[in-house]
Design a protein around this ligand. Sequence first.
Ligand code: GDP
Ligand code: IMO
Ligand code: MG
Length: 427
Amino acid sequence: MATLSIFGAQWGDEGKGKVIDRLAADVDYIVRYQGGANAGHTVVVGDKTYALHLIPSGILHPGRINVIANGVAIDPISFLGEVDGLIVRGVQINGDNLVLSSNAHVIFEHHKVVDGLAERWKGEGRIGTTGRGIGPAYADKASRTGLRIADLLDPERCKERLGAALAEKNALIKRVHEAEPLDLDSQLEKYSTLADRLRPFVADTGKLLRQAYRDGKSILFEGAQGVMLDIDHGTYPFVTSSNTGTGGIPAGTGFPPVWVEKSMGIAKAYCTRVGEGPFPSELTDEMGDHLCKVGREFGTTTGRARRAGWFDGVAARYAFELAGTNSWVMTKLDVLSGLGEIQVGVAYKHDGVRYEEYPAHLPCVEDVEVEYRTLPGWNEDISDVREWDDLPANAQGYVRALGDLVGAPVALVSVGPDRAAMVTCPK
Ligand code: GDP
Ligand code: IMO
Ligand code: MG
């Protein structure tokens, strides 16, 4: 494998961190290309658990180069807090194994303030964001009023551009939201101190990655969130503000699209979603509670309880097709142990019409009825299984059935949070 895109195929939290950490053992570069500290990627190694938000999930492997490319929105406070937290735990981090793009946009305090105020303003229509300033920062990028890391590192430019940005944001904060404005001088002081600490990590990451490819290095692109949260292709407006699938890579890195050779999706054996928005296969009954409890479905970033439901074959097929998928990893199969029967969504029904393909129009997705197929469950605890042949026949059948349903073969099955808890599927 020379270049591989790994992306979430549902609504995020599919177990990307675990899978990427595992695959990172065999690659040279691990690259984040979109999103920001809204992501929460959990990696479990033995008795240690790491929650990564901005730092790529290859950081626990010495000798790998971890890149945060231009498409990521970087909150310097979050970034440096994460760096410090990892160093305290004995992880080696410096400008050689962790590199930040000079062209990545910066999330400032006002972005986080506006994120919270905008959610309050929306009331019932709120998105349920992570409050990390993601939407406001990407909005400023698109309106060309944002600051990039290079601007932050240049005191004159920072003063000028942050001054202009804050003047506009303070008007919004004060006049529309009737909240407390931010003081420019104290913001400049705070962020100039942070800038000094960021400096050793900053480089031209596009150039770095293109050169790495020419040198024959292997590169893994780490998607955050999931395709159903994609700003263009997800359940808009209940989405995040970036392109979350393989399509986000070229713009978010400066790496030519034709150099991305393979694409691997990650999906849970069931579904979860955190925050507001349509979720056709959601279970609001005891079964939903059971999946949340056994799967420990609490957000890595906000600690919020996730919503749970059955595997949605319609949404997954759509996500795999959009992102271009050679194969996928099914995570959390262990969570389904002990269920007599398991339901799998195979089609949507709305106004008398049956959809096997995901309907692009949201109001329809909001009130579809899901048509399920029932598959037999298994009782055995499979969390210690490491070989395909040791999985119960019904668990093997479940994996095969979902591979057929979504039109892409399952390459690996994850059966526990630990790095080692993985089973390779036969071809
Ligand atoms: P990400 O955002 O896609 O990286 O996923 P998160 O880390 O937010 O959420 C996935 C959660 O499931 C984490 O707590 C992982 O430790 C855990 N996890 C990952 N794979 C498995 C698995 O196969 N089985 C179980 N039981 N837990 C898993
Ligand atoms: P990882 O990488 C799950 C959700 C939020 C909210 C919507 C918009 O861990 O899979 P935002 O703060 O991005 O503006 O919020 O997107 N969301 C996630 N849900 N996993 C994530 O990341 C998420 N990042 C954002 O809950 O509904
Ligand atoms: Mg997560």
